[in-house]
Design a protein around this ligand. Structure first.
Ligand SMILES: Cc1ncc(COP(=O)(O)O)c(C=O)c1O
Length: 363
């Protein structure tokens, strides 16, 4: 087990030792940002949370602030904020429950989607990972007369960092009507000119038929899941999703810290440019080592290198040299797991070059 002894950032204390850190998903280094921490501490004067749900007395200015800022960030009429990004699939599936009969789910989709669709009581049909042609076949073969489909996919897949082929998925879905639901936990803040995520990356506008959910726990340096969208959808979610009606909202200091994170990402588009430059540098260097890396702006790169034991060896050897990368078994990973590197806007070019140099020596 590893023990993290500081806020995650380009340098992070792991097992008591300061390391160059290429793990986790703090893409803009905001989890330890002084303004984020100050906002959280100041909000403690309102208590840990309201100790009641939001359908009663449980609203407070921190929660409403997050939702207002999310709607402005994503350019939607409204947004709903809840305690965890893991609930994204459940909120999407229950929020749209009346609009579809069968869920068509990418086979490498995150737990949030798989568990959420199941908890919403919907039949799920898997389609091959990133494969619109297979989606088309599954739609054709699985829909009864008058049934409506919903396609569920991650926007950016967390293990290998692939971007879902949204235009082609929408094209496969078009003859059947239906809706597209996106868990964009890793796309929001990072992809698109304004950081609105995978939809913006492809120039697709959200609508009643195209919904996305995100999390504040990664690029935004806070915590909690959210769905930006039209007022009618958000109203329905507040009314009909059990996890909204029946559980406490995000803790107040976390909401306040998250609101500050949204402000910071909104007012620093140059961080996205810095992240992209770092991703380009890292991927180019990794390719020179013979490691596969696509050319998207996604700051997640992973490989299966031989056996699980071999990947552990590489991870340990890097740690001995003061560099931390992840070795993980996660949604979409093969049984032996992957070695995964994540890049931040706050890494320096030297940090990235050191990772490449050391990896080159170890491999
Ligand atoms: C695709 C995806 N969805 C949802 C989540 C859950 O978000 P959170 O950790 O903010 O609950 C994660 C990762 O943590 C993820 O990778």
């Amino acid at each position: 087990m590893f023990l993290m002894g500081s806020a995650p950032g380009p340098e992070t204390v792991i097992n008591g030792k300061r390391c160059l850190y290429f793990g986790g998903t703090g893409y803009f280094g905001l989890h330890g940002h002084p303004a984020v921490i100050r906002a959280g501490i100041a909000a403690f004067r309102h208590g840990t949370h309201a100790a009641t749900t939001r359908s009663g007395f449980g609203n407070n200015s921190a929660l409403l602030d997050v939702e207002r800022k999310l709607a402005a960030f994503f350019g939607t009429a409204e947004a709903v904020y809840y305690a965890s990004g893991y609930l994204n699939g459940l909120f999407l599936a229950q929020g749209h429950a009346r609009a579809f009969d069968v869920a068509f789910v990418d086979e490498a989709a995150h737990y949030s989607i798989r568990d959420g669709v199941a908890a919403a009581g919907k039949r799920a049909v898997g389609y091959k990972h990133l494969d619109p042609a297979d989606l088309g076949r599954k739609l054709k073969g699985s829909l009864g007369r008058g049934w409506s489909p919903a396609v569920f996919t991650d926007g950016v897949f967390p293990t290998f960092g692939e971007i879902a082929p949204l235009p082609d998925l929408l094209e496969a879905l078009r003859p059947y009507g239906g809706i597209l639901c996106l868990d964009d936990a890793h796309g929001v803040g990072v992809l698109g000119e304004n950081g609105r995520g995978t939809l913006e990356h492809f120039g697709i506008a959200p609508s009643l038929k195209i919904s996305m959910a995100g999390t504040l726990s990664k690029a935004f340096g806070g915590h909690g899941g959210f769905i930006p969208g039209p007022a009618s959808l958000i109203r329905r979610i507040r009314r009909e999703v059990g996890a909204y009606a029946g559980s406490m909202p995000a803790p107040t200091p976390i909401a306040a810290a998250s609101a500050k994170g949204i402000d910071l990402v909104a007012s620093h588009p140059e961080w996205r440019a810095a992240l992209r430059a770092n991703v380009r540098r890292a991927k180019a260097g990794l390719r020179k080592l013979g490691l596969a890396a696509d050319d998207t702006p996604v700051p997640v790169i992973a490989w299966t290198l031989g056996s699980a034991a071999e990947m552990k060896r590489v991870q340990r050897a890097l740690l001995d040299r003061g560099i931390a990368v992840a070795c993980l078994k996660y949604a979409g990973a093969p049984a032996g797991g992957v070695l995964r590197v994540t890049i931040f806007s706050t890494h320096t070019p030297d940090d990235i070059d050191r990772l490449i140099d050391e990896l080159g020596r170890i491999l």
